[in-house]
Design a protein around this ligand. Structure first.
Ligand code: GDP
Length: 425
């Protein structure tokens, strides 16, 4: 038995979905353990191109069982729509290959409203939320003001519980935000249209995973977003509202006894960041536009242009530490092929002093990047399959990163397709 976690080292969008899609070949089960539908994993394979938001990226592999653990923000509406869209393209999804934890809490219809209303109130101080209701969902979960998926099987108790929550939430909606209140009619419609449809997939996934572990099955844990968005270790308050780190696997998956043998940290060959907040190695104007277009850096969920920058060795080393990564997948190296000189952020300068240390979040806005340039390779590397065949400048770029982040780079991705990969181990 061998368990593996695939996690993001940076701000998200590193290409985790593509790595999970590649590595699921060796695994029996793929588990999502945190987050919700607020980010997207793009996967390209024989069925086509998909932007997965909640479904684990193992959904395309025959024989792989996909689990949504208790740590995820389970949005019945978005999940059902995603199941419909995915099955339309020929992917088979049944209660045999998709299992939802009965202990996952439900993202309720008003969570999306709350998200949008709060961003509107914040105006130019907004966090840059994707408005999928994730922050209100997690705050309500910790206030014990939401519903567990398993409650859908107990309709009388469920309606009573929902009535109480609705009464409470309407106070905030109407009195704080001056917004429209919810009625049980709207909730009943939501139960009927979405919750009833995802019900067949809900079960005791903790029990399922424990049995699988006993049988020696290989389990892959798939994270959403990256270390710098982790609620506790990231760039608070510009983080997400869940823990994106591998350490959260045992809680969010429903398998407290899990042992992770391998933590694959995914690093993009340059930096990108969606939304507001400090982003030290950011580049602007024409230089940024060229990189954004070369890497097609537009959000999978929102379509919004991502901020782009030089690879940030200070933040990446911190991310590797926080994730306790045992190996690294470096993605999108091919995107840099157009550059004569590649910028690398090697240090931060804060108050005139150079530092290797990732600072406390409140200090980040004072950090300036120290940029050094390395030679580019200026040729198409997207069909290269072996380390030896990479141009020496590309090898040099990879080795500089590897040395700085103190973790072996074992996968180098040179294209979005499943087989555009160099395995170096
Ligand atoms: P995730 O959320 O970490 O899975 O990342 P995203 O799906 O948001 O972003 C990764 C994007 O880059 C997707 O569109 C992938 O198809 C694409 N991608 C992944 N790896 C590579 C690569 O090595 N080269 C290129 N050109 N594109 C890649």
């Amino acid at each position: 038995m061998s368990n593996c976690a695939i996690v993001g080292i940076n701000w998200g969008d590193e290409g985790k979905g593509r790595m999970v899609d590649l590595l699921t070949e060796k695994y029996d089960i793929v588990v999502r353990f945190q987050g919700g539908g607020n980010a997207g994993h793009t996967v390209i394979n024989e069925y086509g191109k998909f932007a997965l938001h909640l479904l684990p990226s193992g959904i395309f592999r025959q024989g792989v069982v996909n689990v949504l653990g208790n740590g995820v923000a389970l949005d019945p509406e978005n999940l059902w729509k995603e199941i419909e869209e995915t099955t339309k393209k020929g992917v088979i999804i049944t209660s045999g290959n998709l299992k939802i934890s009965d202990r996952a809490s439900l993202l309720l219809p008003w969570h999306r409203d709350m998200d949008a209303l709060e961003e509107e109130r914040l105006a130019n101080k907004k966090y840059g939320s994707t408005k999928q209701g994730i922050a209100p969902f997690y705050s309500d979960k910790y206030q014990k003001k939401t519903i567990m998926a398993g409650e859908l099987f107990y309709s009388n108790e469920l309606r009573e519980h929902l009535k109480d929550l609705l009464e409470w939430k309407n106070l905030t909606l109407t009195k704080v935000y001056n917004a429209r209140p919810y009625t049980m009619r709207i909730i009943d419609e939501w139960l009927e249209r979405y919750c009833e449809r995802i019900k067949p997939y809900i079960c005791d996934t903790g029990k399922y995973l424990k049995t699988a572990q006993r049988e020696g099955k290989n389990i892959l844990f798939e994270a959403q977003l990256g270390a710098l968005r982790d609620l506790d270790y990231g760039i608070y308050p510009y983080t997400t509202s869940s823990n994106t780190t591998a350490a959260y696997v045992s809680i969010g998956s429903g398998l407290p006894s899990t042992k992770i043998n391998d933590i694959v940290g995914v690093v993009k060959a340059y930096s990108t960041c969606v939304g507001e907040g400090p982003f030290v190695a950011e580049i602007f104007d024409k230089e940024a536009e060229a990189l954004r277009n070369a890497g097609v850096e537009f959000g999978a969920k929102t379509g919004r242009a991502r901020r782009v920058g030089a690879i940030d060795l200070v933040a990446t080393r911190y991310g590797v530490d926080v994730q306790s990564a045992t190996e690294i997948a470096l993605t999108k190296l091919d995107v840099l092929s157009y550059l004569d000189k590649i910028p690398v952020c090697t240090k931060y300068i804060i108050n005139g002093k150079e530092t290797d240390e990732f600072p406390f979040p409140a200090m980040l806005k004072y950090a300036k990047p120290k940029i050094e340039y390395v030679d580019g390779w200026k040729c198409d590397i997207s069909s290269i399959k072996k380390w030896e065949d990479l141009p020496k400048e590309a090898k040099n770029y990879i080795l500089i990163i590897e040395k700085a982040i103190r973790c072996p780079i074992t996968y180098i991705s040179v294209g979005p397709e499943r087989n555009s990969i160099i395995i170096r181990k």
